[in-house]
Design a protein around this ligand. Structure first.
Ligand SMILES: Nc1ncnc2c1ncn2[C@@H]1O[C@H](COP(=O)(O)OP(=O)(O)O)[C@@H](O)[C@H]1O
Ligand SMILES: CC(=O)N[C@@H](CCC(=O)OP(=O)(O)O)C(=O)O
Length: 303
């Protein structure tokens, strides 16, 4: 039977596999925290290719830890329930009713979809929110807001939105050592048992810090951090990032992403990458090739 023309020749396949060898050797035994954004999981085939990539990583001895978002999926259900979505500095204003929806969508729908797809691809995924085993201890986030007209920033209350206080790395390490792939929804809990909605980028960054991960990979729905002309920027310093925020080039959902990437490399993660999750197998392309997809942030350049 003749192979379809879209299928690579055996030579190409073997070349690709052979090129992956140094990367497999470099990252084997290392932990990679991969944040899968809600905007990159809007198509079934993308979820499927992402989950297959995660299973492949585990099969070659790398420890993937998945943290997922689900902002658009929360927005869809809120809309069906006639509840308005509002954001301040890229964070969802979360009243009690919204918090219920956040828990249903992140801890239920989205988490179980990823777990199920990883398991179907042959992996052993375990889904957790930060409440399970008190994995993510959180406290209320204080948001300061300033418009050009204001002389000083004001602190505003955006409801049940949290920030990470601590991460139970022992639980994640125990799962990873038994061949499980942890799939974590960004919900935290405080000492009184109150739940917090936490931006998934911030959770991924803190988990990468706590695990001293080799890489933090943030999959989103853009090619990387872009300038106003749409060019992907890479190798940015903290000062350059501050300028891009001040002039409005970086806004909304990119704000927590770039902040957590800078913090992660400052705190010991080797590199952080903002990559295009709409590209099939974007994760493998980032890890196993020299292609240099998206925006790379390392500690050498982020001071
Ligand atoms: N400078 C920038 N470069 C690229 N994207 C940006 C930039 N500033 C803001 N964004 C916005 O950030 C979005 C990604 O963040 P977000 O919507 O939270 O995605 P995710 O669900 O992947 O976390 C992009 O779709 C884009 O609209
Ligand atoms: C406080 C806050 O904004 N929480 C986010 C949590 C989900 C998330 O971060 O999803 P993405 O990664 O897909 O954007 C939210 O409610 O949308």
């Amino acid at each position: 039977m003749t192979a379809p023309s879209s299928v690579n020749s055996p030579q190409t396949t073997v070349k690709v596999l052979s090129e992956a060898l140094p990367y497999i050797q470099k990252f084997s035994g290392k932990t990679l925290v991969i944040k899968y954004g809600g905007n990159a999981m809007t198509q079934d085939d993308l979820i499927d290719s992402f989950c297959r990539d995660v299973v492949l990583l585990k099969e070659v001895g790398i420890n993937p830890v998945v943290v997922h978002g689900g902002g658009p999926q929360i927005g869809d259900l809120l809309k069906r329930l006639n509840i308005e979505s509002r954001f301040v500095n890229g964070m969802r204003v979360t009243d009690s009713e919204t918090m219920d929806v956040v828990q249903m969508v992140l801890g239920g729908l989205v988490n179980k979809e990823i777990v199920s797809q990883i398991n179907l691809a042959g992996g052993k995924a375990i889904g957790l929110t930060g409440k399970d085993g008190q994995l993510i201890k959180a406290k209320k986030l204080k948001v300061s807001h300033k418009t050009p007209e204001m002389t000083a920033p004001e602190i505003i209350d955006i409801g049940h939105v949290g920030e990470v206080e601590s991460v139970d790395t022992a639980l994640i390490e125990m799962l990873a050592s038994r061949d499980f792939i942890p799939v974590i929804a960004p919900i935290g809990v405080d000492a009184q048992g109150a739940s917090y909605n936490i931006n998934a980028d911030l959770v991924a960054g803190k988990i990468a810090d706590a695990l001293k991960a080799e890489k933090l990979i943030l999959l989103t729905n853009v090619a990387g951090l872009q300038n106003k002309e749409g060019k992907v920027l890479t190798g940015l310093t903290t000062a350059q990032v501050d300028e891009l925020i001040a002039d409005g080039t970086i806004y909304g959902g990119m704000l927590p992403k770039i902040r957590c990437a800078l913090d992660a490399v400052k705190d010991g993660v080797q590199s952080a990458h903002i990559i295009d999750g709409r590209v099939p197998h974007a994760t493998l392309l980032e890890i196993f090739t020299n292609a240099g997809v998206g925006t790379l942030i390392t500690n050498q350049i982020s001071s």
